[in-house]
Design a protein around this ligand. Structure first.
Ligand code: BJW
Length: 268
């Protein structure tokens, strides 16, 4: 039985008029693709680890093999997942809203695979690997004879995933684009994030201060629920297609590819 999603008429009217929309997504949007969120207990081999404690430079310094293997297992699992209707609905919005930006905290690459083009990845991308010393992205490396992480072909330091761990700076350009879009937005969507990790969690507050309508899509309450004008308490894979269909009737289809407009619009 599917949950009926009620999209308030005032929200429909506001989003239909909106020309500058920014969406912030977190792990929850990929949950329906089968990617575990950070708050979910991990399964199998990884059940005894707290993901938030593995995603730190000190965890990697202490036990590079453990952290490398955790990311390798997640990378392998991602090979078997597909974008879901929530990702597709945001790719549709990219094609429909003149000035749109999707800022994701996710490293899984599913938004790009769904067709989102005006996209910034605030916490990097798990598919890329970089040198842990010089931070140069590395495309190929030799599998080590032992079980340690592979080594940088240039300097011999361990390689690591090109993601942002706690206490590390976010990519400057990605963060600047997300902050700029938020400060100019007239509508903002906050989807599938616990909104506890900064600086990403501050973005909807900038949009709110700029006068944007704030829409949260999350089955659970978050620290941002209190500033949201509308809260859709439903899984993103149901709520986002319903939202897009209510605002732009007939445009939420999962099968229709994004229009050329999105891909051709220069990045701002
Ligand atoms: C669904 C659903 C469905 C389920 N549909 N929804 C200001 C104040 C306090 C602290 C700080 C601050 N500024 C900076 C900090 C420190 C720190 C921080 O924020 N700590 C907090 C924990 C307090 N921030 C940082 O360190 C950041 N760097 C930084 O600020 O640099 C400056 C600095 C330098 C030196 C010292 C100090 C600061 C970096 C943050 C990097 C975060 N990295 C990770 C790992 C990425 C790589 C990887 O994937 O492994 O990013 S941690 C993890 O959290 C990951 C996520 O992107 C991020 C956010 O999690 P997210 O996406 O919200 O997931 P969950 O699991 O928490 O929530 C899922 C949600 O989905 C839930 O709400 C569900 O209900 C919902 N959901 N199913 C819709 N179907």
């Amino acid at each position: 039985m599917s949950i009926p999603i009620v999209v308030p008429a005032e929200l429909v009217a506001r989003l239909r008029r909106a020309t500058r929309v920014v969406a912030l997504t977190g792990a929850g949007i990929s949950a329906e693709s089968g990617v575990p969120t950070f708050r979910d207990a991990l399964t199998g081999l990884w059940a005894k680890f707290d993901p938030r404690e593995l995603a730190t430079p000190s965890a990697f310094a202490r036990n590079p093999k453990l952290v490398w293997n955790w990311y390798a297992a997640r990378r392998a699992a991602l090979a078997n997942v597909e974008p879901n209707p929530g990702h597709v609905a945001l790719a549709r919005m990219d094609a429909l809203v003149p000035d749109f930006l999707l800022a994701t905290q996710n490293v899984d690459g599913l938004h790009a695979r769904a067709g989102s083009r005006r996209l910034v990845e605030l916490h990097g991308n798990i598919a890329r690997v970089k040198c842990s010393r010089e931070h140069r992205v590395v495309d190929t490396w030799d599998a080590p004879a032992d079980d340690d992480p592979p080594r940088c072909p240039h300097c011999g330091a361990f390689l690591r995933p090109d993601v942002v761990w706690f206490e590390e700076m976010l990519p400057e350009d990605a963060l600047a684009r997300a902050e700029d879009a938020s400060r100019r937005a007239d509508g903002t969507l906050v989807v599938g994030t616990s909104a506890e990790v900064y600086p990403a969690a501050a973005l909807p507050r900038y949009a709110r201060a700029a006068g944007a309508r704030v829409v949260e899509v999350n089955p659970e309450d978050t620290p941002l629920s209190g500033i949201a004008d509308d809260v859709l308490r439903a899984p993103a894979g149901l709520a986002l297609p319903a939202l897009v269909d209510a605002v732009w009737p007939g445009c939420a289809s999962a099968s229709a590819p994004p229009t050329p407009h999105a891909a051709d619009t220069p990045r701002r």
